[in-house]
Ligand binder design. Sequence first.
Ligand SMILES: [Zn+2]
Ligand SMILES: [Zn+2]
Length: 555
Amino acid sequence: MASDESQDEFSIHWIRDIVDEVLERDPDQYLIVTGKSMSGSVHTGFMKEIVIADAIKRELQSLGKDAKSVFISDDFDPIRSFPPSLTLSPEEYMGVPYSDAPDPHGCCESLGTHWTNELVETFPEFGVDPEVVFQSKLYETKEMMDAVRICLNHTETIREILIEYVARDFDDKQKAEYIESMKTWYPVSVICPKCGRIQSGGKGSIVPNRVTSYNAESDEVSYECAHCGQSETAKLDKIRVKLSWRVDWPAKWYVMKTTCEPAGKDHAVKGGSYDTGLEMSRRVFGWEGPVKVPFEWVRWGGRDMGTSKGLVFTPRAWLNIAPGELYRYMVLRTDPAKANNIQTDLIPDLVDIYEAFERTYYGFDEVDSEKQELAKVLYPLTEVRPVSEDYIPKLSFKFAVVTSQLQDILSEDTIIQRCYDVMKKQHKLSEISPEAKSLIPTRLSRALHWAKEYGSERDKVEVSETVPKEIRDTLTDNDRAFLERFVEVLKGDSLDDEELQGKVFETARDVGLKDKRAFVVLYRILISRKSGPRLGGFLNLLGNDWVLKRIQSVL
Ligand SMILES: [Zn+2]
Ligand SMILES: [Zn+2]
């Protein structure tokens, strides 16, 4: 995400531009559709598509339009490989639709449903609520079967389109072979009633159970299973079929009446599957198809994520360490043609940036009019919940990182009380509203997860039960003199963070100890390290009683 921070001058009007284009379609109901193949745990990058669709939907709704978003889980796709962690036998299920394989986790009706649910249950926390449609169920509808018939009746046109698009970059020999193979090609495959497969073979050697002929009059198809050899001629409504993937997409657009669908660069590239689908929409289904919204991927630590590559940072993993609002902000403030990069190590800084942006929206900070305008347009689109009329103060994420790690030495009540104190001070409040209070536990839990999983050594605060012997043994007489005096400071009036910080310097000077050494001594006694969170605040966070006992234990 850091790479996007330089785009301050970038305007959010790209959403408005898309919405203008979508408005020209003028349907009774605007349908913004997204979709994902269910070949494993879905990674956070996919949420970019969902968030863009949601923003378009919100904009349309704010214009008084009837708009809805839909997520299609492509669970009817055949299994081609399994993530390494899965206990199912790949040989047994290769070529079977994900919707037909059992869920080895034991909780869902199929493997496809499992990964769908894993994704869908995170939607509310990202502020999205698309209707969830399973591709496997869609193929059980009369509308989808009618679309299959349209494709079978337009097989020749589909062949022409595929030759035109798929073979455009082939050399003459490849092209001739492709044209030859297309002569007997049909856009439909059959799920074998005997072995349950829709194709045989694995990577590089896939043979689909393709229909070999279609009789429009009797509505019968012939096929032969490439895996078990089962063959028959059967009525279309007596068997289970699926369109091949470049055809499946425009068929779904047609059946759903999709107004707009965002797509990652792999599909949206010029002449790619999206364009092929639009061509089929026009020439096979007789309409113009959806508005195409191409976007660049989200990378993670500078690398492309991929379910098959095992490089998966899931939406749940994001929510464990950061707010959904920050993800929406990251996606929506960036030109969709540019990649986003999730830098997990920078989450505390990014939360700060987002929350400064939030304060701009509420008019707290003096910023130029362009920034104000950006906040006015963008902030409501980044919010996960309806925008509150009044600003809800947030606990500083960086404070939460430190505080959340003190749960072994401070009681839950004390931690919460410290959070209230710090918020009152930071936001100049006399009281914390119930809304603000309700956000604190989640913030603490995210900060704790972040510190443990992605924090640097400096961010980690571990307090041992007692001060280790090797630390006690290295204290010099001068160190002890400093500590004895500092004990007197702590026994006196309570001081605020800055005053306490100042007292460390002052006390060190009084006994002729170098400032730097005084800080090292205190950090080592507190957290067995040479440095740590800003000391004045940290001491107050720990509380005088605890700090006093700790220091006295080494004297
Ligand atoms: Zn499950
Ligand atoms: Zn078979």
